[in-house]
Design a protein around this ligand. Structure first.
Ligand code: GLN
Length: 189
């Protein structure tokens, strides 16, 4: 298995490390040429979504990414990556994201909670995190809430978390994402 990690800006190195720990091969996407390599999935890291979106457009990556995701390329977006997949940018997921508006935090905080299909006590590190204000269709399934706000969701082969699992040592969220890729029969939209 080979996973593309968008590496324009933000916390991509931690995802690469996490995937290597799980024995998965990765490559970094920095320009359009990189995108043409074989890949089984894509990770959109945290960082700054406005900057990431601008760079995707400038580098001619926005439309190819969008097309491949819309055609079923499994994708995992964390934090800014969640914002990228929302209606604000790539709009491949039926979620309304609210930026920098997470209830009790203006900076960062850490907690743990259950994530459906993944497990109990999943560590969650939030850094100026977005949350999902609402899922817009029944194709999108809420996986976790913290303080009554949606912090993880799945739609077909798209997974998003408002928190940063790549910053904690618990590998369960990444393993869940990898299982989404492996399981051909699993819930397509
Ligand atoms: N606040 C950032 C944004 O709006 C997201 C923060 C993060 O990815 N850690 O893009």
């Amino acid at each position: 298995m080979r996973i593309a990690v968008l590496a324009l800006q933000g916390a991509f190195a931690e995802h690469v490390q996490m995937l290597h720990r799980l024995g998965v091969e990765t490559f970094e996407v920095r320009q359009l040429n990189d995108w043409h390599q074989h890949k089984d999935g894509l990770i959109l890291p945290g960082g700054e979504s406005t900057t990431q979106s601008k760079l995707l457009h400038e580098l001619g990556l926005f439309q190819p990414l969008r097309d491949d995701i819309a055609n079923g390329l499994p994708v995992f977006g964390t934090c800014a990556g969640l914002i990228m997949l929302s209606q604000l940018h790539l709009a491949t997921m039926d979620i309304e994201a609210e930026r920098n508006a997470y209830g009790r935090q203006l900076g960062s905080f850490h907690t743990s909670a259950q994530v459906d299909g993944v497990g109990m006590g999943i560590p969650m590190t939030f850094i100026r995190a977005p949350y999902i204000k609402q899922v817009l269709t029944t194709r999108c399934r809420v996986l976790a809430k913290v303080d009554d706000r949606i912090v993880a969701a799945r739609q077909g082969r798209q997974l998003v978390t408002a928190f940063h699992p790549e910053l904690d040592s618990d590998t369960r969220i990444h393993e869940y994402y990898l299982s989404m890729i492996k399981d051909d029969n699993d819930e397509q939209e």
